[in-house]
Design a protein around this ligand. Structure first.
Ligand SMILES: Cc1cc2nc3c(=O)[nH]c(=O)nc-3n(C[C@H](O)[C@H](O)[C@H](O)COP(=O)(O)OP(=O)(O)OC[C@H]3O[C@@H](n4cnc5c(N)ncnc54)[C@H](O)[C@@H]3O)c2cc1C
Ligand SMILES: *[C@@H]1O[C@H](CO)[C@@H](O)[C@H](O)[C@H]1NC(C)=O
Ligand SMILES: *[C@@H]1O[C@H](CO)[C@@H](O)[C@H](O)[C@H]1NC(C)=O
Ligand SMILES: *[C@@H]1O[C@H](CO)[C@@H](O)[C@H](O)[C@H]1NC(C)=O
Ligand SMILES: *[C@@H]1O[C@H](CO)[C@@H](O)[C@H](O)[C@H]1NC(C)=O
Ligand SMILES: *[C@@H]1O[C@H](CO)[C@@H](O)[C@H](O)[C@H]1NC(C)=O
Length: 526
């Protein structure tokens, strides 16, 4: 099938590119052959960004590829999705799943800039904060700026935790984030397996230690670790600081510049899909991936069977109900995911019921309550909720900032989010919000893996042409890291099938690509 010019081309490639790994897979003249077809399974952060990275390479290097995205749901975004209060789309959308990214999350940041999406900042209007141990408030503040730095300025925090606990924690977090941003640099590695990326960033120690071990052994006090850090890991990963690994714990504390996208983070992923030109198949569940030949796979969905040269799996394997070619499923270690119940509701109560917290009527109750058993914890302590957050007032879409909606009750309503290990009952909600509950929506998620120390990582490349984005999740599970995992998978795929990459063989812009240039983002600027 190869045309006569191939040997010449190969000779050329061999003589000009010492770095070439797969010279025999150089494409012939694009017009001379059918496009390579690539399937992506899942249209969440991982799958949508995979399509976007493929499109970047296609645009830069003129690759002859066609991409199909399979998505079982009727929407783009996966675990990043919004709902409208009262199911009424004239009300502002509220995040039901992933809500926050931070300023060092350069793909989300850059994407929102380039796609003209508006960010809102969580530090702007945080109301008061309290840590609740199931019996008492360990600690409350008048206002919270949403960053660890804010704690240092708070006189009550100084008293409770000592000056050095927050500052030393800040240093540990800064050390890890300063190194992390190299993942966006021109010299970022491409990793065929997860051990490679763990080693490249020196994350081995943090990943092999428990969060509690990591901080206690570095001089952070028990009180700070088991109260404040624990509350952060519970709200971020639904896991206490003594069960999840140090890296995920550090990630829970790296809150600088916390932001979200107005009208929904999923709009980033929608833009990824639209700009990629990929064909999106919504409401389409994939049931099997099979080998058709040494160079082809078939993907079977409820629309039938189609043939592809490469397949990118961008959904957690153990919940995706997809059968793989023989032997491959065994390569993916069992991966338990957490269970989290998210309850969104509206209430005319401006704060939770003081009586629920054993306080006198009229006593101040914070608008953001995080639960932690504190220092006097027992293994397997369960609290009724992980967090209660008064998010925003019910507002009409497009209403001026600060303008709340006033309904028939004549009162403004708050939108509140509750995270809990079990579903909360109507009676519990009525007690907590003094009978003033309007709209309620409950959703059970498997939000993120159990982030155990020394996780057994699945292969990133399952086989020639078959890649697994969510192999990254046992390391860290966030929207941003899924876009990074997808970027890596796309680079691997392009090297394997086209002797190309998202950037390679394009020359990196030397002026712009200095590692010291903070605006450079690998994949966008190469
Ligand atoms: C309540 C909650 C809060 C969170 N908070 C944050 C946060 O604040 N910040 C943050 O960064 N992250 C947060 N996360 C984690 C974040 O949502 C995930 O890490 C990230 O969105 C995962 O993206 P993904 O594309 O890998 O997977 P998913 O978003 O799960 O996407 C996978 C997609 O594949 C589809 N799919 C599955 N099986 C099939 C099949 N057989 N055929 C076709 N399609 C299939 C699914 O429908 C889904 O759309 C939170 C998660 C939850 C649930
Ligand atoms: C997907 O299914 C939903 C109903 O479950 C329907 O409303 C929607 O129009 C469908 N979308 C597509 C693209 O088929
Ligand atoms: C964003 O806005 C700029 C300037 O108005 C425009 O050039 C660009 O095309 C817009 N991008 C998208 C994705 O809409
Ligand atoms: C800082 O991070 C590096 C890895 O980048 C690690 O080797 C070093 O031990 C860390 N320092 C501290 C004080 O944790
Ligand atoms: C990971 O890949 C590297 C090559 O980059 C290889 O040296 C190493 O053995 C691999 N490790 C595992 C666990 O497969
Ligand atoms: C390289 O980057 C610099 C700085 O962003 C920019 O001014 C210049 O135009 C870029 N050069 C090319 C060839 O893209």
């Amino acid at each position: 099938m190869r045309s006569a010019i191939v040997p010449t081309l190969l000779a050329l490639v061999a003589s000009t590119s010492a770095a070439t790994e797969h010279p025999f897979q150089v494409p012939t003249e694009p017009a001379a052959r059918a496009p390579s077809r690539i399937a992506i399974i899942g249209a969440g952060a991982g799958g949508s960004s995979a399509a976007f990275w493929l499109a970047k390479a296609k645009e830069r290097h003129g690759l002859n590829i066609e991409v199909d995205i399979y998505e079982k749901d009727s929407f783009i975004g996966g675990r990043s999705t919004t709902v409208h209060p009262y199911g009424d789309s004239s009300f502002e959308a509220i995040e039901l799943g992933a809500s926050i990214f931070v300023d060092i999350n350069k793909n989300m940041w850059r994407a929102s800039d380039e796609f003209n999406l508006t960010r809102y900042y969580l530090g702007d209007d945080m109301s008061s904060l309290g840590l609740w141990d199931g019996k008492d408030f360990l600690f409350t503040t008048g206002s919270w700026r949403g960053t660890l730095g804010g704690w240092v300025d708070n006189i009550k925090a100084l008293w409770r935790y000592g000056y050095y606990a927050p500052t030393n924690t800040d240093k540990l977090v800064k050390n890890i984030t300063d190194n992390y941003v190299n993942i966006y640099g021109p010299d970022t590695p491409i990793w065929p397996n997860m051990s490679d990326v763990v080693n490249a960033f020196d994350w081995g120690t943090a990943v092999s230690q428990l969060g509690s071990e990591y901080f206690l052994s570095r001089g952070i006090s028990e009180r700070f670790t088991y109260e404040l850090i624990d509350a952060a890991t519970r709200v971020n990963y639904a896991q206490p600081v003594e069960t999840l690994h140090g890296l995920a714990t550090l990630c829970s504390l790296a809150t600088g510049g916390a932001a979200g996208i107005e009208r929904g983070n999923w709009r980033v992923f929608e833009n990824f899909v639209q700009l990629s030109g990929a064909k999106l198949l919504l409401n389409t569940t994939v049931s099997a991936i099979d080998r058709e030949s040494s160079a082809k796979f078939t993907v079977t969905s409820d629309r039938g069977t189609a043939s592809y040269s490469s397949v990118i799996l961008a959904a957690p394997f153990h919940t995706a109900s997809i059968s793989l070619p023989s032997g491959l499923a065994d390569l993916i270690p069992q991966q338990p995911y957490m269970t989290l119940h998210v309850t969104l509701l509206s209430t005319t109560a401006p704060a939770p019921n003081p009586a629920y917290f054993g306080l006198a009527p009229g006593a101040h109750v914070p608008g953001n309550i995080y639960s932690t058993p504190g220092v006097a914890r027992k293994l397997g302590d369960t609290l009724e909720f992980n967090s209660i957050s008064f998010l925003t007032k019910l507002r009409k879409e497009g209403a001026e900032k600060g303008t709340a909606y006033v309904g028939e009750s004549g009162k403004e309503e708050w939108i509140v989010k509750v995270f809990s290990p079990k579903a909360v009952s109507d009676e519990w909600l009525a007690d907590l919000f003094m009978g003033q509950v309007g709209w309620v929506l409950r959703k059970e998620f498997q939000p993120y893996p159990a982030l155990k120390p020394s996780p057994s990582f699945p292969p990133v490349r399952l086989d020639r042409g078959l890649f697994y984005v969510n192999a990254f999740e046992p390391l860290l599970s966030t929207m941003e890291t899924e876009t990074i995992a997808a970027r890596n998978v796309v680079d691997l795929l392009l090297h394997e099938e086209f002797d190309s990459g998202i950037c390679y063989p394009a020359k990196v812009n030397e002026t712009h690509a200095r590692a010291s240039d903070p605006s450079f983002v690998y994949g966008w600027d190469c």
